[in-house]
Design a binder for this molecule. Structure first.
Ligand SMILES: C[S@@+](CC[C@H](N)C(=O)[O-])C[C@H]1O[C@@H](n2cnc3c(N)ncnc32)[C@H](O)[C@@H]1O
Length: 228
């Protein structure tokens, strides 16, 4: 199957939130009415005991490798661009993976409105767009509204993995993760490691490796006595 064999289930003017059960895809298009699908999604997710989410999956290299090597885990891939979702879907079709569920939608919107509390064992955010210019900082995903939501989604003591090639985004994100008493770092000060040998490969990891950029890998654990 080629990526373009996955057709969008609606024209842009008639876009809506919907689950395509057969394809195992949840569509959460931009600027359209929210629908309460939490119960329906929980049913799908709870078919697996262990659930892990990758936000910003890109073309899905990393999540599909993980799913192949860990067939008892459900891997949820969240990616906002449909052309990239098509690539993830094509990989799933061509490898026959049964343990990946795709969400075509924006990470904060999906985390806030579509997923129930304490559903997820581990979360991964691999090479999210760093938006390095100050005037674009408002577009960064790792900000308090998002970290609050992922704290809510994680099971007790669940973990978050965050990797970037951008030192400044790494420092800012570490600050956000440690703000508000939601998470403990799994690494001591400076709260990141550069060695990601065992982490798995992705399109952007390979790209930045070729360009000899450094890596900043942080890991956090959900604190369980948070008072909100
Ligand atoms: C730099 S790429 C990294 C892709 C992949 N993780 C990798 O390592 O190859 C960032 C990806 O995140 C997606 N993305 C950016 N912001 C997002 C958001 N708020 N919600 C969902 N996806 C997002 C982009 O469309 C893009 O595919």
């Amino acid at each position: 199957m080629r990526p373009k064999d996955l057709k969008s289930p609606f024209a842009w003017q008639s876009r809506r939130v919907m689950i395509e059960h057969y394809q195992r895809i949840l569509y959460v298009p931009e600027r359209c009415q929210r629908v309460d699908l939490k119960k329906e999604l929980t049913k799908i997710i709870n078919e697996f005991e262990n659930v892990q989410i990758e936000f910003c999956s890109g073309n899905g290299d990393w999540v599909c490798q993980k799913a192949q090597h860990n067939p008892k885990i459900l891997w949820v891939a969240v990616e906002k661009k449909f052309e990239r979702v098509q690539k993830i879907w094509s990989k799933i079709q061509n490898t026959g993976l049964k343990n990946v569920f795709i969400v075509c939608g924006e990470a904060l919107e999906v985390a806030t409105y579509y997923l129930e509390d304490c559903l997820v064992d581990e979360i991964y955010i691999n090479f999210p767009d760093p938006w390095p210019k100050n005037k674009h900082a408002k577009f960064r995903l790792i900000e308090l509204p998002f970290t609050k939501q992922i704290h809510r989604l994680l099971k007790p003591y669940g973990k978050i993995n965050f990797v970037t090639d951008d030192k400044n985004y790494s420092s800012k994100s570490i600050q956000v993760f440690l703000e508000g008493d939601y998470f403990d770092s799994q690494f001591s000060d400076p709260f990141y490691r550069s060695d990601i040998q065992e982490y798995g490969t992705s399109y952007f990891r390979s790209l930045w490796e070729e360009k000899k950029r450094g890596f900043y890998f942080s890991k956090f654990q959900k604190k369980c006595k948070h008072k909100s």
